[in-house]
Write a protein that binds this ligand. Structure first.
Ligand code: BV8
Length: 235
């Protein structure tokens, strides 16, 4: 009987699509300080700097060369073919899993191509720059929009849904994440007595020893191969 699967992805799965990771040598946190661009305090102190940081990353998503890669597509195939629920929890805000065809996706750190209104809390699709006077599509308030992104010190989205999926899973697969950011980094600890835990990453991480199996290499190589072996094993 094939068990339910929970997959957790991080920035590494999008690296070969052309998007930077955070903690690699050429990563985002090598060029920006978290406390300057990714906390509520930073936004209160200097909203233009924070909006500019996210506008630049959102503009990258309008680049037609930025596309889902073979790893994103392999996970969409796993969800379509696996005979039990597959829940894809992503820390990424780039929207590439949905564009690859994954349906049961929980974007726990929010989505870069959405804006949240500080006046009415509505969340709207937003693919352009959020400017200082941009008006909320729902309530019309001007200059009250922020990126629909979870900053450090804020509570990730859909935690109850994530915890329910973790409680029910028999296989947990972490892909392209350094396991440095909580609560996501703590998921493997929560499930490792009930589920088979697999790490698929470019290289070892500080959490590799917590997994029952680890494979290292570029996601576009090891993820499709791993998915094909999973599908072959469930007949
Ligand atoms: C929370 C959105 C409470 C924004 C992100 C003090 C005050 C408040 C909180 C804390 C505090 N101290 C600690 C905390 C907790 C904090 C935290 O964990 N801090 C860390 C730094 C210690 N966490 C929080 O604040 C969270 N909220 O705790 O609220 C709470 C929680 C639960 C319940 C109730 C209350 C909120 C965290 C979310 C912050 N927002 N992102 C944005 O994107 O700009 S997190 C940020 O790091 C990224 O978004 C990313 O999602 C996340 C994790 O990074 P990774 O995805 O793992 O990326 P990284 O670069 O690190 O690693 C890439 C990996 O890929 C590497 O392993 C590399 O080897 C691999 N790789 C590279 N290339 C490839 C590859 N793999 C395969 N193939 C390749 N080609």
């Amino acid at each position: 009987m094939a068990p339910p699967i929970v997959i957790l992805t991080g920035a590494g799965i999008s690296r070969e699509s052309g998007l930077a990771t955070f903690r690699d040598a050429d990563g985002i946190w090598a060029r920006h300080r978290i406390e300057d661009v990714a906390t509520p305090q930073a936004f209160a102190r200097n909203p233009d700097l924070v909006q500019g940081f996210y506008n630049a990353r959102r503009a990258q998503l309008r680049d037609p060369t930025i596309q889902p890669n073979a790893a994103h597509h392999a996970l969409a195939r796993l969800e379509a073919k696996w005979p039990a629920p597959v829940t894809l929890v992503t820390q990424n805000i780039d929207g590439l899993h949905a564009r690859a065809g994954s349906r049961n996706v929980i974007a726990m750190h929010g989505e870069l191509q959405k804006a949240r209104c500080l006046a009415c809390s509505a969340v709207s699709i937003w693919e352009d720059d959020i400017t200082a006077h941009a008006a909320c599509p729902a309530c019309g308030a001007a200059g009250r929009l922020r990126p629909h992104v979870v900053w450090f010190g804020e509570i990730p989205l859909e935690m109850e849904r994530i915890e329910a999926a973790l409680d029910a899973c028999g296989i947990f697969i972490a892909i392209g994440t350094s396991g440095q950011v909580y609560p996501a980094a703590g998921f493997v600890q929560a499930v490792r007595r009930q589920a088979r835990c697999v790490e698929l990453n470019l290289e070892e991480t500080e959490g590799t020893a917590l997994f029952h199996e680890a494979q290292h290499g570029p996601a576009t190589q090891i993820v499709p191969a791993f998915v094909e072996r999973m599908l072959a094993s469930c007949g």
